[in-house]
Design a protein around this ligand. Structure first.
Ligand SMILES: NC(=O)C1=CN([C@@H]2O[C@H](COP(=O)(O)OP(=O)(O)OC[C@H]3O[C@@H](n4cnc5c(N)ncnc54)[C@H](OP(=O)(O)O)[C@@H]3O)[C@@H](O)[C@H]2O)C=CC1
Ligand SMILES: O=C(O)C1=N[C@H](C(=O)O)C[C@H](O)C1
Length: 235
């Protein structure tokens, strides 16, 4: 499979290594300096891990040229609906996940299961922490937003997520910490006067994100439509 890498930073470089190890070819590496040069005719799929301000344009270009695109960039989702309708109009392929690691996707399911139980126990308040490296551009993380959506869908006493402390009991507080070199840690905490229940995922490196993105690209390049991890993992 021939891959265009859109974004050649921390993730792009690990994706390149894993893709080569799995027998794929890198057709182009597009970064901020050569962003106007990418030739979509030479590839089977694009893997997009760039910048919140760049993702929409990159995806739009791929869709308009019938190149399937697997996107991991976070912090641009206010334009997600636009991308999804473009994908449908063009009969294209758009795959998005806030987190491509298998472990996090298992964690998403555990989070929803726990949230369904905790809906019945209002003595517990729920809050979340996410910790990432200091170069991260967006807060809260895309993964934290997906976790928050899993809580909000199931815990009726919570209405919306917020990224700063709030006294409104309907707010689900996501606290963001930025600490040098941390690949990504997420915690969902239920706290009562008597005890606390916490679930936590710690990424030890970026390997899981990158491997997941390459495996998804292998799968998605021959599919059509708006796709996500539930389509890929089927659990
Ligand atoms: N879904 C998931 O599983 C994961 C998602 N991510 C997300 O992926 C994104 C990238 O992360 P990461 O690799 O760590 O970030 P980096 O900052 O290390 O790399 C991003 C790269 O994209 C480049 N870039 C900027 N603008 C463009 C453009 N228009 N076209 C192509 N490339 C461009 C940047 O160049 P320059 O530095 O010159 O600006 C930089 O080299 C982030 O949004 C992050 O949150 C990260 C890990 C996992
Ligand atoms: O920027 C990162 O590094 C990461 N971003 C994703 C997110 O915002 O959730 C995934 C992972 O946590 C690493």
């Amino acid at each position: 499979m021939k891959i265009i890498l859109l974004g050649y930073g921390k993730m792009g470089k690990i994706i390149e290594r894993i893709a080569l190890e799995r027998g794929h070819e890198i057709a182009a590496k597009i970064d901020v300096d050569n962003r106007h040069e990418f030739d979509t005719t030479k590839a089977d799929v694009a893997i997009e891990f760039s910048h919140p301000d760049a993702a929409f344009d990159n995806i739009r270009k791929c869709l308009s040229r019938q190149l399937p695109v697997v996107c991991g960039t976070t912090g641009w989702l206010e334009r997600r609906a636009e991308v999804e309708s473009l994908c449908k109009q063009q009969d294209g392929t758009f795959f998005y996940a806030s987190n491509y690691s298998l472990g996090v996707n298992i964690f998403f399911k555990v989070n929803e299961f726990l949230a369904r139980i905790m809906n019945g126990f209002p003595q517990y308040d729920v809050r979340m922490d996410e910790v990432h490296h200091t170069e991260k551009r967006d807060a809260p993380s895309g993964t934290a937003i997906t976790l928050a959506e899993g809580v909000l869908k199931n815990v009726e006493r919570k209405r919306k997520w917020v990224n700063k402390e709030s006294t409104n009991r309907g707010d689900l507080f996501i606290e963001s910490f930025r600490i040098d070199q941390v690949p990504g840690t997420h915690v969902v905490k239920y706290e009562s006067a008597i005890d606390d229940i916490e679930i936590k995922h710690i990424a030890h490196s970026r390997e899981g994100f990158a491997l997941g993105a390459v495996m998804v690209a292998e799968w998605a390049k021959d599919k059509k439509g708006v796709l996500g991890m539930d389509d890929f993992l089927k659990f």
